[in-house]
Design a protein around this ligand. Structure first.
Ligand code: PGA
Length: 249
């Protein structure tokens, strides 16, 4: 039986005061007895996040990482650094990284490989743009995104990762995919993985992301192939995120 996982992606948002407030509210309000929860904080707030969430059942992680262990890579953050601050997860290939910062399927696959080597669980983000959906190539796009990772780390490597399916047209737009639309793609993803390994397909957590709100969470999470959510905007509102976690528990 797959456990649900709900993750907050704060993106480039927050202040010390806001982060303190959110962490306290998450600690107080989220029960991880029946679900897993994680927070992807901006790098500068990771020490605060570690302090605020240590000893709770809530995990945390970085929103990005570089493949090298250290060296002359100005502006980058290594997995060893993330681990030093207790990160259990790292986001890889978020659509904003792909579109704004030029991360290709190959770069994403390398980052997944580096995370696995360092023992940090990669949350692999995939999803199609509106144009791709309208031209009927959603399945082709997500298959290529996953195949690039399988080519690099094998199906066993994918099996140690979490997938977040986030249709790009639903991210930050208020347009959530309908539960049926999301389920259809999740089922396709699980089916294409099962062609490699049925055990991995059965056990991998596939989260939905894209304008998830407390009001839409329950129905989305009740779909058979949706194992929780990656939550952007609503994770910056404490009571919303707490309610979304409760909907998965
Ligand atoms: P959103 O972002 O919930 O604000 O749509 C989700 C994400 O990009 O991870």
């Amino acid at each position: 039986m797959r456990r649900a996982l709900v993750a907050a992606n704060w993106k480039m948002n927050g202040t010390k005061a806001k982060v303190t407030e959110l962490l306290a509210a998450f600690k107080e309000g989220i029960s991880t007895d029946n679900m897993d929860a994680a927070v992807f904080a901006p790098f500068v707030y990771l020490p605060m996040t570690e302090e605020g969430l240590s000893g709770t059942g809530i995990a945390w992680g970085g929103q990005c990482s570089y493949t090298a262990e250290s060296g002359a890579f100005t502006g980058e953050t290594s997995l060893a650094m993330l681990k030093e601050f207790g990160c259990q997860y790292v986001l890889v290939g978020h659509s904003e990284r792909r579109t704004l910062f030029g991360e290709t399927n190959e770069v994403v696959a390398d980052k997944v490989a580096a995370a696995l080597e360092q023992g940090v669980c990669p949350m692999l983000c995939i999803g199609e743009t509106l144009e791709e959906r309208e031209s009927g190539i959603t399945e082709k796009v997500v298959k290529e995104q996953i195949d690039a990772v399988i080519a690099k780390v094998g199906i066993e490597g994918l099996g140690k990762s979490v997938i977040a399916y986030e249709p790009v047209w639903a991210i930050g737009t208020g347009k959530t995919a309908t539960p049926e639309q999301a389920q259809e793609t999740h089922a396709y993803i699980r089916k294409m993985i099962s062609e490699h390994d049925t055990n991995v397909a059965e056990n991998i957590q596939i989260l939905y992301g894209g304008s998830v709100k407390a009001a839409s969470a329950k129905e989305l999470f009740s779909q058979p192939d949706i194992d929780g959510g990656l939550v952007g905007g609503a994770s910056l509102i404490a009571e919303e995120f707490v309610a979304i976690c409760a909907a998965a528990g």
